[in-house]
Design a protein around this ligand. Structure first.
Ligand code: FAD
Length: 465
């Protein structure tokens, strides 16, 4: 049978997953496939990047994935890493509102209360705010055909206070975006479905989520690997036949010539392919296919930038500690950091005994300028904020600052519709070209892995294999 050439563009987790499952299919079904993956940088793994320093394991990008979404654990098992999976340490988490830490009410799911008592006794809301949230139990549902913003939806169901003091900080922690701009359809369509089915988010969640028995520790929801997330990247890379992955090779342009795709590479050569998986961000895809007007639909998409700083201390440097795993910051606070993880508590394996690792995020949607500050300034800003709640007398033993420019694709209202239009036109004009990754159908690592797997299925179907 004639060899079919498949090119994967981008060596982040989405592209690596695609290459891995393509190779698996090739081996198991003896398919005539020639697989190549081009990654423009030296580094494989995209936003996954782990550094080791003085016995610490430090994540520059994501620190874990949701265990509930099965594709990441499945991939780990595939590449022989199941026994290296580590669950997160659980403990109290906090929300910083009006420059003060408040405990996250027990039983809240993405900020929506599922238990009444902890919510009633929470210091996060005024009696009026609590009464307004309780209206969710009786307020009639609203059926809306089009997309709507998360902010609008949650404000209607639970009121402004619960949104500002709980839901917004939690969601910004995930999407680094503006809740009043983010799409309900593309982020949490299940909440809309709950409203439609149960007439109330609180009732719906109480019916559909399992309860942790009182006095039992919270279950661990996240997983990483003993050696950090890059362990997964390296294990997938190790499984790929040498020659598949080509680093330092960007794809600058893709041109369709009859039934063959010609990919112009950054070294000036041309690679031919029968099918292409673009596992790169939307703006990179747009650049590669700039001659196609339908890619202009992505002009309405944006990506925000974030920075983070991981700071190592001796435990004795923390004069006033807080018992917990971390906090997120509400936008009404004067803090410039948006979240902080007590990494030594959330991931004890990552920090040597007697040491502390604090990792702070910066870069609110209206404070993007902070990303351009020097490492020293970013560290100072983070420490100044932390000192308002903790009392840290010494400077860090070392710190690792990471800037992620245009790294958080924003699923703004209408995202799903826009994306579907791009995909539809791509299917018509560029059959055999598929998009996968954090810019499209979900930003979490398992979502990206799902997309890598789905792209493989699409390609094989397109090639009749
Ligand atoms: P990327 O990782 O962006 O990979 C794309 C790759 O394509 C890159 O390597 C890039 O160099 C390459 N590329 C681009 N253009 C070209 C081209 N023209 N030619 C060749 N190669 C190209 N998710 C979680 O589940 N848990 C978390 O804890 C979490 N935390 C996060 C923290 C941060 C700071 C960030 C930024 C994201 C976080 N996320 C988290 C989200 C998650 O990390 C990303 O959505 C995911 O890693 C994206 O993977 P990807 O393969 O789609 O894209």
């Amino acid at each position: 049978m004639e060899q079919k050439r498949i090119v994967v563009v981008g060596g982040g987790i989405s592209g690596l997953t695609a290459a891995y499952y393509l190779q698996k299919e090739k081996r198991e079904k003896q398919l005539p496939l020639d697989i190549k993956l081009f990654e423009e940088s030296e580094h494989l793994g995209g936003k996954i990047e782990t550094v080791k320093h003085d016995g610490f394991t430090i994540e520059r990008g994501p620190d874990s994935f949701l265990e509930r979404k099965k594709s990441a654990t499945r991939l780990a098992r595939e590449v022989g890493l199941e026994d290296q999976l580590v669950p997160n340490g659980t403990g109290q988490s906090y929300i910083l509102v009006n420059n003060k830490l408040h405990k996250m009410p027990t039983g809240s799911y993405m900020g929506i209360p599922t238990r009444i008592r902890p919510f009633l006794f929470s210091s996060l809301f005024t009696p009026l705010g609590k009464a307004r949230a309780a209206l969710d139990l009786i307020k009639s549902k609203q059926t809306v055909e089009e997309d709507q913003s998360l902010g609008l939806f949650f404000r209607r169901r639970l009121g402004n206070q619960v949104v500002e003091n709980l839901i917004e900080p939690l969601l910004s922690g995930i999407y680094a975006g503006d809740i009043d701009d983010l799409s309900l359809q593309s982020t949490f369509p299940n909440f809309y479905a709950l409203e439609q089915e149960y007439g109330s988010l609180i009732k719906g969640l109480r019916k559909t989520t399992s309860k942790t028995p009182r006095n039992k520790p919270k279950p661990s929801m996240f997983r990483t690997f003993e050696g950090g997330l890059e362990t997964l990247v390296n294990a997938v890379d190790d499984q790929l036949t040498p020659g598949i992955v080509q680093r330092n090779t960007g794809v600058d342009h893709i041109e369709k010539k009859e039934d063959v795709y010609h990919l112009l590479l950054s070294d000036g050569t041309v690679e031919k392919a029968d099918a292409v998986i673009i596992a790169a961000p939307y703006f990179a895809a747009q650049r590669m296919l700039s001659q196609y007007d339908f890619m202009d639909l992505f002009n309405d998409m944006r990506a925000t930038s974030v920075a983070n700083v991981a700071m190592a201390f001796d435990a004795s440097a923390i004069k006033k500690d807080v018992d917990g795993t971390g906090f997120v910051v509400s936008r009404n606070s004067k803090f410039r950091i948006t979240a902080c993880t007590w990494t030594h508590k959330k991931w004890p394996h990552s920090t040597p005994e007697g040491k502390v690792m604090l990792r702070c995020y910066l870069g609110k949607p209206d404070d993007q300028e902070v990303i351009d500050r020097s490492d020293e300034e970013i560290t100072k800003i983070a420490l100044n904020d932390l000192n308002q709640i903790m009392n840290i007398e010494e400077t860090p033993e070392f710190s690792v600052v990471t800037r992620w420019r245009d790294s958080m694709p924003q699923y703004s209202v209408g995202h799903k519709d826009r994306l579907n239009r791009v995909i539809e036109q791509m299917g018509a004009v560029l059959p055999g070209v598929y998009l996968a990754g954090g810019s499209y159908h979900g930003i979490g690592l398992p979502d990206c892995i799902d997309q890598g797997e789905a792209a493989v299925e699409n390609v094989l179907q397109y090639l009749n294999l």
